[in-house]
Design a protein around this ligand. Structure first.
Ligand SMILES: Nc1ncnc2c1ncn2[C@@H]1O[C@H](COP(=O)(O)OP(=O)(O)OP(=O)(O)O)[C@@H](O)[C@H]1O
Length: 269
């Protein structure tokens, strides 16, 4: 593999790759031969103008849409996710823009939504009781481990939390279950300065635990603060991958809007 321009932080083989992804919605081609590479332990930001196809790319690699063409590989093996659940089972967790939390449910219940821990039941019985103490303990441990100590009560309804705390729960859930990759779609978009800071710290914290993160964001200061590499998406495909230490924010914006030609040598092979 040609490592030129990939950046200082990546080594070895990519963990998650996509080649030639195509996704059409009627006459709109959201993904037009898109490539993608995520390396172990890195924070990869994905940036691009509105409508560039960032969400479509992320949906394809997280099982939320099925691409019309192309190939996705996880740890070198071809995968075909037919649902977000299948991607989750493979260790790819996504924190969506709308968070997908249930406001009326508690923090613990939200963390285990769709994969509740159940008490051992009668063999073969489908009616197994929820193991609430086990879920509460695991939720509390995870939030403590991630430094979300401001959350006092694990049984507190999510609707009573601040935006930052909610995002924290969503990130904690992803970090708790994402054994291979955590994808975050605009995690700071709806947050204030203090709450954004907390989420950025969480992202760095998740990386320090060895989990790679894909961060989709329009917020250039946030991207430049935490990303190891920046994937620039334009007109449905990857245009370039740049090292944030080598370019400025205005360079990145100029590349993604087409105001300036992107350095072609920085496209990962
Ligand atoms: N479900 C859909 N049905 C029809 N068109 C869609 C659908 N999803 C995406 N598109 C179109 O595909 C193109 C790429 O959209 P996508 O949401 O992937 O871009 P994006 O880079 O994430 O944009 P933004 O930054 O505005 O969220 C757009 O033209 C969009 O209108």
């Amino acid at each position: 593999m040609d490592q030129k321009g990939i950046g200082m932080t990546v080594t070895g083989e990519p963990l998650l790759t996509a080649r030639g992804l195509v996704k059409r919605y009627g006459r709109v081609t959201a993904l037009d031969n898109a490539d993608f590479d995520l390396y172990p332990g890195e924070i990869l930001a994905v940036i691009g103008d509105n409508g560039a196809g960032k969400s479509s790319l992320i949906k394809a690699i997280s099982g939320a849409v099925i691409p019309d063409e192309g190939e996705i590989k996880l740890e070198g093996k071809t995968v075909q996710f037919r649902s977000p659940m299948e991607a989750r089972e493979a260790g790819i967790e996504t924190v969506y823009q709308n968070l997908a939390l249930s406001p009326a449910l508690s923090i613990a219940d939200n963390m285990f939504l769709g994969r509740e821990i159940r008490k051992p039941g009668v063999l073969g019985s489908v009616f197994r009781m929820l193991d609430r103490p086990a879920m509460e303990k695991r939720a509390r441990d995870k939030l403590t481990e991630l430094g979300l100590m401001t959350i006092q009560n694990i049984n507190q309804a999510v609707e009573t939390l601040s935006g930052g705390q909610r995002q924290g729960v969503a990130v904690a859930r992803a970090a708790a279950f994402g054994s291979r990759v955590v994808i975050m779609d605009e995690p700071t978009a709806a947050l204030g300065v203090k709450e954004s800071r907390k989420v950025l710290e969480l992202i760095l914290d998740v990386r320090s635990r060895g989990l790679p993160i894909v961060l989709i964001s329009h917020n250039m200061p946030h991207v430049f603060e935490v990303a190891d590499r920046i994937h620039i998406h334009r007109l449905g495909r990857r245009l370039a991958v740049i090292d944030p230490k080598e370019y400025t924010m205005s360079d990145a914006v100029a590349f993604m809007t087409g105001a300036k030609a992107a350095p072609s040598e920085t496209v990962a092979a």
